[in-house]
Design a protein around this ligand. Structure first.
Ligand SMILES: [Zn+2]
Length: 286
């Protein structure tokens, strides 16, 4: 079924697991992600970044909604990293059921004002809202976010922020970066900080930049109260690494011959994430 981010994440919060938000900008990859989510009986957020929306076009959002509507697992269509209020109106118009407004680079008061405005509008139309406090780093040109340094989320500010804005979930900065980490950068999550924030903030917590982190750290984060983890680079790397291998055969030209092994390779990575997050077998909770 097609549902909101809040409907999915509140259950994840109550039952202490994390739902994957896989970023999608390709129909074959989207189908593969829905298939593996159904096979694993795992709820799903389909994350689509504004740049990805531009790439796939509005009509694909309708098709995503149709496929989600007849799925055996709950699925939300989530606008990833909305940059301003106008983008959120576009997301609403296009049929998204969940939006993120990213005011994390703004001063605190401006982030509050923007996130509250988005929450008021989205809630009146039945969508749910994620906002971000603190900034996570970016590692490469493909990753969103303009900063290569992390400003960790302050627990007290997080409490104030959620109370003042009324957002449904909060992305926090505890040590992840967007993208694939270069060799010199050793990701390390501040799990103590996560515990502090979780003890005080009631809404579901979100982790961006979940690709390329050590498995045990990510699994720990899900056990300690992260309820949504964004995965983009890891599934795209798996898909296209396989595609490079497949395309070594110069005779291949049909997508139906080229894509299936790539989808299978991507599904292996996605299944691993679903297991790691504790999301497998959680469909019955809905
Ligand atoms: Zn992000």
């Amino acid at each position: 079924m097609l549902t909101t981010g809040k409907a999915i994440l509140d259950v994840a919060n109550a039952h202490t697991f994390a739902v994957p938000a896989f970023n999608i900008s390709d129909w074959a990859m989207f189908n593969g992600i829905v298939d593996i989510s159904e096979e694993k009986d795992a709820p799903l957020l389909v994350g689509i970044h504004p740049d990805e929306v531009n790439h796939v076009g509005r009509d694909m959002i309708n098709a995503v909604a149709q496929r989600a509507g007849r799925s055996s697992v709950p699925i939300a269509i989530h606008w990833d990293h909305g940059a301003d209020y106008e983008q959120i109106l576009t997301a609403i118009q296009f049929g998204f059921t969940s939006v993120m407004i990213d005011g994390s680079m703004l001063p605190f008061d401006e982030n509050v004002a923007l996130s509250k405005r988005v929450a008021d509008t989205a809630h009146s139309l039945g969508l749910s809202v994620e906002a971000e406090l603190g900034t996570i780093g970016a590692t490469d040109g493909y990753a969103e976010g303009g900063s290569d340094s992390i400003i960790y989320t302050d627990p007290e500010d997080a409490v104030t922020f959620v109370r003042m804005t009324g957002v449904d979930s909060l992305a926090i900065a505890i040590g992840t970066y967007h993208g694939i980490y270069p060799a010199h950068l050793k990701p390390e999550l501040k799990l103590g900080l996560l515990k502090e924030i979780k003890a005080r903030v009631e809404v579901p917590l979100v982790l961006h930049g979940g690709s390329n982190n050590p498995d045990d750290e990510i699994a720990q984060a899900a056990k300690l109260g992260i309820n949504k983890i964004n995965i983009s680079s890891d599934i795209k790397v798996a898909y296209h690494d396989k595609m490079r291998e497949v395309l070594a055969d110069p005779k291949l030209r049909e997508p139906l011959a080229i894509q299936p092994p790539c989808i299978e390779a991507m599904k292996v990575v996605a299944a691993h994430k679903i297991d790691l997050f504790g999301a497998a077998g959680k469909g019955h909770l809905f």
